[in-house]
Design a protein around this ligand. Structure first.
Ligand SMILES: Cc1ncc(COP(=O)(O)O)c(C=O)c1O
Length: 399
């Protein structure tokens, strides 16, 4: 008999399974659930994008592409970034097409880290950053952000955590799970710290289009930041293309060629049919995308108003498609709250602690769900809050 426990990698053993998945295994077995749980658009990919991919299959595009991705797609990505943010990337050397931002993040971390390097991660944040850092041999260092500061990390908070081992900083605005955005001025302050301490920045801007107030600032477009930033973006969220698994990384040719080396031995290339779909999305997808973004904005207002009316304090999300209300006044932990809400009110949300320890006291609610689901969920949450013990209700009313 083989002893797997002794043979398996301790690094992997020490990484917890994704908290979101753990919770949703439970949800998938239940009936009558209203879900504000999953972080994915409820829209199907716009038809013209699906059709472009189908057409490419009909024409026989079924082979591997270049490891870097289709040149035509890289040219379109370069055009998009230059038109939108005035940041120039050379399609042949500075852009790598990946299997989602997920792969791009893994490649970026593996391409730069040596064992013991520290990576600063403002939290709460997307669940993969810390495990991917550990898998790449690095040490994740949490930089907690707070609701009082609008979940925007401050330059001074980053600087406090810097040690001689700090190599990189991960930025992720608009943010999952908080919905926070950050201003160009605040990013400029962060850029000063980054430059002073010679850090690399990995900037996950997958929600850039989902910015409802003000304009998104691309970190790489800030003065002197392009060459020390690995910019990550993808098609999952803005174009409702989660299942296509397509993203990209842009940066200095040296880091991109390093990332490509790992990519060529592990992925070889991103699927060609998804690349054809992405090309169509960039060339002709703006109108449908704006329609979806306007709809998310409408739902965002609905959620915010609804939560406030039922006494759930909620920071106003300005981007992505998540609200991150505080449930601290209920006296329940975020795990207890989410589990009881699921069992007693049949509403699925995600406990805030899966996005970092300081996500405790919150739950993440995705409003990439239909207006009917959102309305029903708010009603059920309201009823759930009312039937909590009176001492909790009183605290809620006073707080
Ligand atoms: C901030 C953030 N980055 C990356 C991802 C994963 O993106 P992809 O589907 O491109 O792998 C997600 C998905 O929820 C996300 O929220």
């Amino acid at each position: 008999m083989i002893n797997w426990t002794a043979k398996l990698s301790p690094t992997v053993k020490n990484i917890p399974p994704s908290g979101i998945r753990r919770f949703f295994d439970l949800v998938s077995e239940m009936k009558g659930i209203v879900s504000l749980g999953v972080g994915e658009p409820d829209f199907v990919t716009p038809w013209h994008i699906r059709e472009a991919s189908i057409y490419s299959l009909e024409k026989g595009y079924t082979m591997y592409t270049s490891n870097w991705g289709l040149l035509e797609l890289r040219e379109e990505i370069a055009r998009y970034l230059n038109n939108t943010y005035r940041v120039k990337y050379e399609p042949r050397t500075d852009i790598l097409v990946t299997v989602g931002v997920s792969e791009a993040m893994d490649l970026a971390l593996r391409a730069v880290l040596v064992p013991g390097d520290e990576v600063l991660i403002p939290e709460p944040c997307y669940v993969s950053y810390s495990p991917c850092t550990s898998l790449a041999g690095g040490i994740p260092v949490s930089v907690p952000t707070t609701m009082e500061n609008g979940f925007r990390v401050k330059a001074s908070e980053i600087e406090e955590k810097i040690t001689p081992r700090t190599k990189a900083l991960i930025l992720s605005y608009p943010n999952n799970p908080t919905g926070a955005t950050i201003s160009g001025e605040e990013l400029m302050e962060i850029a000063k710290v980054v430059k002073k301490h010679d850090l690399i920045v990995i900037s996950d801007e997958i929600y850039d289009h989902l910015t409802y107030e003000g304009k998104h600032t691309c970190f790489a477009a800030l003065p002197a930041m392009k060459n020390r930033t690995v910019l990550l973006n993808g098609f999952s969220k803005a174009y409702a293309m989660t299942g296509w698994r397509l993203g990209y990384a842009c940066g200095h040719p040296e880091v991109i060629s390093h990332m490509t080396k790992i990519h060529q031995y592990t992925m070889l290339c991103a699927p060609v049919m998804a690349q054809m779909a992405a090309l169509e999305a960039l060339q002709n997808g703006a109108e449908e995308m704006s329609r979806m973004v306007a709809e998310y904005d409408r739902r965002r207002r609905l959620v915010l108003k609804g939560f406030r009316e039922i006494g759930l304090p909620c920071f106003e999300p300005k981007g992505a498609f998540y609200a991150f209300p505080s449930i601290e006044h209920t006296g329940l932990s975020s795990d207890e709250f989410a589990e009881r809400l699921l069992m007693e009110a049949k509403v699925a949300v995600v406990p805030g602690n899966v996005f970092g320890a300081n996500g405790e006291g919150h739950v993440r609610c995705s409003y990439a769900a239909s207006v009917e689901s959102i309305t029903e969920a708010i009603e059920r949450i309201g009823r759930f809050l009312k039937q909590l013990p009176t001492d909790i209700q009183e605290t809620a009313a006073n707080g």
